[in-house]
Design a protein around this ligand. Structure first.
Ligand SMILES: [Ca+2]
Length: 293
C-alpha cells in the first residue's frame, strides 16, 4: 500500500505526511523532481561519489579521503552510494504492507527493519558489521554481512505458541561470499536454547531448509547446489502436507510433512544459525526477506 497522491511515508511518524523530506547536505549539481510513485528525491554529483556511509549509522557519511570529514543527510533521510552517485533518500516512502498473510518483510532498501504493520525492529549482534550497500545486479540496496554479525528481531519470541501454524513460507535473495563448507545461517528462529522451528541455511556449497512440527519433528529439504558470488532466490514453503524448497523459481526438492510448527522462545536470526558466537555466521549479501503464514 502506498501513500495517496501528494503524501509521503514518514518512518518517523509511521504514517503518511504532507511534506516530503526536502534535501541533502551534499551540494547538488542536479536535482530531479520526486517520482510520482515513490516521492524519492535524487541528488547527484558529476564526479564519482567521494563519500561513504559511516558504519552503523546510515544517516551519516564521510569523505573517503579523510574519515574525520563527517556530514549527514537531513532528518528522515539516509545516505547511499548508487553506482558512484552520492544520494540521500527518504528512510521510506512506502507505507507498511498490511496484509493478513505477510508476517514480516525486510526489503533492506533503506533500513534493517520490517515494513509490515507488525513493525518488527532488528538489532545487530556480533563483533562484525551488517551494512546497507548498493548492488547493481539487484538494482537495490541490500544487507551486507561480513561473516561476524547477524540481525535479530524478537518479534517471533513464542510467536508459534497456541497458533497451530500449518502454512508458512520464507523467501529471500542471497549472494554467498564466505567459505562454502561450514554451516552459515540465512534465516531461522532457533538454536538459542532449542532446535529452530524453521531454518534456511547454507552448508557444503548447498542450501537447505527445515521445519519442525509437533507430529513429525524436524524435517529438512535441500542439498541444492549454490554458486558462490551469484544471486540466488530461495523459497521454503510448508503447506500442511508438503515441505518444498524452490531455488530461482524452480521446485528443487519436496517431502511429506504434517502438523503445526513447534514454538521456540528464540528470536528470528538473519545471517546466522547456531549457538556458537564464531561459527554459523553468513558472509555475503541478503535482500528482500519475506515470511508469510
Ligand atoms: Ca533491497
Amino acid at each position: 500500500m502506498s501513500c495517496a497522491a501528494n503524501l509521503y511515508w514518514s518512518q518517523e511518524y509511521l504514517t503518511c505526511v504532507r511534506t516530503a523530506p526536502t534535501g541533502c547536505v551534499i551540494v547538488p549539481v542536479k536535482r530531479t523532481t520526486p517520482s510520482p510513485d515513490t516521492g524519492h528525491w535524487t541528488f547527484s554529483t558529476k564526479a564519482p561519489c567521494p563519500y561513504e556511509t559511516v558504519p552503523g549509522n546510515t544517516r551519516y557519511y564521510r569523505l573517503k579521503q579523510d574519515l574525520r570529514q563527517v556530514q549527514h543527510c537531513l532528518k528522515g533521510m539516509i545516505f547511499v552510494d548508487k553506482s558512484g552517485v552520492c544520494t540521500c533518500i527518504p528512510i521510506s516512502t512506502v507505507a507498511p504492507e498490511c496484509t493478513d498473510d505477510m508476517l514480516l518483510h525486510f526489503p533492506f532498501d533503506d533500513h534493517f527493519n520490517d515494513v509490515t504493520c507488525n513493525h518488527a525492529v532488528t538489532t545487530k549482534y556480533g563483533p562484525g558489521q551488517v551494512r546497507l550497500v548498493w548492488d547493481s545486479d539487484r538494482n537495490s540496496t541490500v544487507a551486507s554481512f561480513d561473516g561476524r554479525a547477524r540481525l535479530e528481531t524478537r518479534f517471533l519470541y513464542n510467536w508459534f505458541a497456541g497458533r497451530n501454524i500449518r502454512h508458512f513460507s520464507i523467501t529471500l535473495w542471497f549472494k554467498a561470499m564466505g567459505d562454502p563448507g561450514p554451516v552459515s545461517g540465512l534465516v531461522d528462529n532457533g538454536d538459542c536454547v532449542t532446535e529452530p522451528g524453521f531454518n534456511v541455511h547454507l552448508e557444503q556449497g548447498t542450501v537447505e531448509g527445515s521445519v519442525n512440527t509437533r507430529s513429525t519433528g524436524i524435517t529438512a529439504v535441500g542439498n541444492v547446489a549454490v554458486k558462490q558470488y551469484k544471486w540466488h532466490h530461495v523459497a521454503l514453503v510448508y503447506n500442511g502436507s508438503k515441505l518444498k524448497i524452490y531455488q530461482d523459481g524452480v521446485l528443487k526438492k519436496q517431502t511429506t510433512l504434517t502438523g503445526s510448527i513447534v514454538d521456540t522462545d528464540c528470536a528470528l536470526y538473519i545471517g546466522f544459525q547456531g549457538t556458537d558466537n564464531v561459527q554459523g555466521y553468513f558472509k555475503g549479501y541478503i535482500d528482500d526477506v519475506s515470511i508469510c503464514n
